[in-house]
Design a protein around this ligand. Structure first.
Ligand SMILES: CSCCC(=O)C(=O)COP(=O)(O)O
Ligand SMILES: [Zn+2]
Length: 235
């Protein structure tokens, strides 16, 4: 007898559809990238996960399957689980309260991961949306770990496992994307949205600060020229 009913399976697949379409509307699945999972059972660990290589901007009857703790199909199917399923199972195993894991490739998360990849983490602070990660302390500062993008998925999953910080529900993979999770699909989605906002903000802030620095430099040069003109009558 199965651990879950046909109705539960369908309901979870529908939840995945909703999240998938919401992320697709933001262009968060370029070139079939990204994968999603929702936990169906804790003991044994079973999850519904996206099938590998699918166009995640559409919904078909062949988009998801159920896998076990070894990332292997739990049901008879011709579908292949996401190539990165081991990263999902590693997160569920290490953080047992996890109910959903979402992974997307975006330009902001890729640039942040490259910009801070050498130090192995990015620190963010002074942002209201840190509360979106469930961290409500006054003046909270967070460190999001960044791991190298190993081609060997078992190695990559081990690195993600090693990098998990207890209170931060996300890990960046360098020049690849982010994994974010939560106690439910609602929470994992909120966490992912908060991370993506924080990354986009941080990058824009760096640009504006750089621009403001250049403008201030230009202004200083102009002021010097104008002082010279007034002092000498020549430019
Ligand atoms: C075409 S993107 C390369 C693979 C990847 O990083 C990804 O997120 C999608 O892999 P999947 O097997 O889950 O489709
Ligand atoms: Zn990926």
């Amino acid at each position: 007898m199965s651990v879950y009913t046909h109705e539960t399976r369908q309901q979870v697949f529908q939840q995945l559809d909703k999240v998938k379409l919401a992320f697709a509307a933001r262009d968060w699945f370029p070139g079939t990238s990204g994968n999603l999972s929702i936990k169906i059972s804790s003991s044994p660990l079973l999850l519904a996960v996206t099938a590998s290589g699918k166009d995640k901007t559409i919904c078909t009857p062949h988009d998801y399957l159920v896998v076990d703790e070894n990332s292997k199909p739990y049901e008879t199917t011709s579908l292949k689980p996401s190539a990165e399923t081991q990263i999902h199972t590693a997160i569920y195993r290490n953080i047992p309260e996890t109910g959903a894991v979402f992974h997307v490739h975006t330009i902001p998360n890729n640039i942040i991961s490259e910009l801070y990849g050498d130090q192995g983490y990015v620190t963010l602070h002074n942002q209201e949306l840190i509360k979106g990660l469930g961290i409500w302390e006054e003046g909270a500062e967070i460190r999001i770990p960044i791991v190298e993008n190993y081609a060997d998925i078992s190695r990559l999953a081990e690195e993600v496992e090693r990098a998990l910080y207890p209170r931060v529900p996300g890990v960046l993979i360098r020049n690849h994307g982010i994994y974010a999770w939560g106690g439910s699909d609602f929470e994992a989605k909120r966490h992912l949205e908060a991370f993506e906002f924080l990354f986009a903000y941080h990058l824009q802030w760096l640009q504006v600060r750089h621009l403001a620095g250049s403008l201030a430099g230009q202004q200083a040069i102009q002021n010097t020229h104008s002082l010279t003109y007034h002092a000498t009558g020549r430019q």
